[in-house]
Design a protein around this ligand. Structure first.
Ligand code: SAM
Length: 338
């Protein structure tokens, strides 16, 4: 009988690698990374354990795993936070993304932890527990989202020609990251930023903090209900669609088309399912599973189906660009209103 160590290792590694996430959360929640970052000369395991009152064996092992993850580096017997760790795992830094890790982690009990149960029970959680209506979860999500949205918006503005945009409509604007980045890049532009009522106070606060209050109109509204204002050059729909039932996409896209002047452009950054293999990403399906197991209405759509939907909704010149380097979204889709 032949044994298949490689196959066994592959299967086991899928799960054991995901356990690194727990180490990341422990590093974040214990304040380990900022403490290391505050000691550029590095700390020994004993110094770290003593000064933070950490359990010494766990400290050694956590540092070992963080070393594998390239979040700490060893110099002799001293450990330092890497630059990436210090930038993104220190809550006092603007690009801190531990908030988002904690948001995902908070869902482990009721979301992914119950996936098998929901699968075999033949039903996902009831909509009343859902995050479409639970403003506490939504607020937690959007405050955790802050730096990730900002980084995504900056990358989007760097790669996209917005020079012709004078009136921008940002739908599901969140913290206003895309509005703020776009208006910073195009000084002549103004924007209307729409989000659900629970989010508008935070949205307005971000717009005010960016010094853009006189160029941005913040509006409380549900993009899926009623008409949108019209006459825009550009519509943004960034990281929003996946929260909606795909059966509602057609109506939403038709509303976007109606909001644009002829020749105006829609930019959609979204999680799209587009096949398997190393050149494709698993995150869209995982994000969609997270939403469905949390009781959300949303999901993920297929690139090909989505392209057709845009054509049917009054858009031409549709381009679909994979975003392999973006943490939050898998594709940038652009269309021109016919
Ligand atoms: C993941 S956030 C993305 C925020 C922002 N576009 C970004 O990319 O940083 C999704 C946003 O869509 C908003 N949203 C979801 N459904 C909406 C609806 N029906 N009408 C308006 N906003 C909606 C949510 O409140 C949330 O702020």
């Amino acid at each position: 009988m032949s044994t298949d160590n490689a196959g066994i290792a592959r299967i086991l590694n899928i799960f054991t690698r995901s356990l690194s996430g727990y180490v990341l959360i422990a590093a974040d929640q214990s304040g380990l990374i900022p403490f290391l970052a505050a000691h550029p000369e590095g700390l020994t395991i004993e110094e770290l354990a003593r000064e933070r009152s950490f359990e010494p064996r766990l400290t050694a092992l956590v540092l070992h795993v963080l070393g594998h993850l390239e979040l700490v580096e060893a110099h002799g017997d001293r450990f330092r936070a890497t630059e990436v760790a210090a930038r993104h795992l220190d809550p006092s830094k603007p690009a801190y993304c531990g908030g988002w890790l904690n948001f995902l982690y908070a869902g482990r009990e009721f979301s992914f932890g119950k996936l098998g149960e929901y699968l075999t029970a033949g039903s996902a959680p009831a909509p009343q527990s859902n995050y479409d209506e639970n403003t506490d979860i939504l607020r937690f999500m959007m405050s955790a989202w802050g730096p990730i949205g900002t980084a995504a918006a900056d990358a989007f503005v760097r790669r996209t020609d917005l020079s012709g945009a004078r009136r921008i409509l940002d739908l599901g604007a969140g913290n206003g990251a895309f509005t703020i980045a776009a208006l910073s890049a195009v000084p002549e532009a103004t924007a209307t930023a729409i989000d659900l009522p629970y989010q508008v106070e935070a949205l307005q606060a971000h717009v005010d903090a960016a010094g853009l209050s006189d160029r941005v109109e913040v509006v409380a509204g549900d993009v899926l209900e009623g008409d949108l204002p019209s006459g825009y050059d550009t519509v943004f729909l960034n990281n929003v669609l996946h929260a909606w039932d795909p059966s509602r996409y057609a109506k939403a896209l038709a509303s976007c088309a109606a909001a644009l002047r002829p020749g105006g452009t829609i930019h959609i950054r979204e999680h799209m399912l587009d096949g398997f293999g190393p050149e494709h990403r698993v995150e869209p399906a995982l994000t969609a599973l997270g939403i469905v197991t949390t009781g959300g209405q949303g999901g993920a759509t297929d690139v090909g189906d989505f392209r057709n939907l845009l054509h049917e909704s009054g858009f031409g010149e549709v381009t679909v660009e994979p975003l392999p380097d973006q943490p939050d979204c898998s594709h940038l889709i652009t269309g021109r209103r016919l």
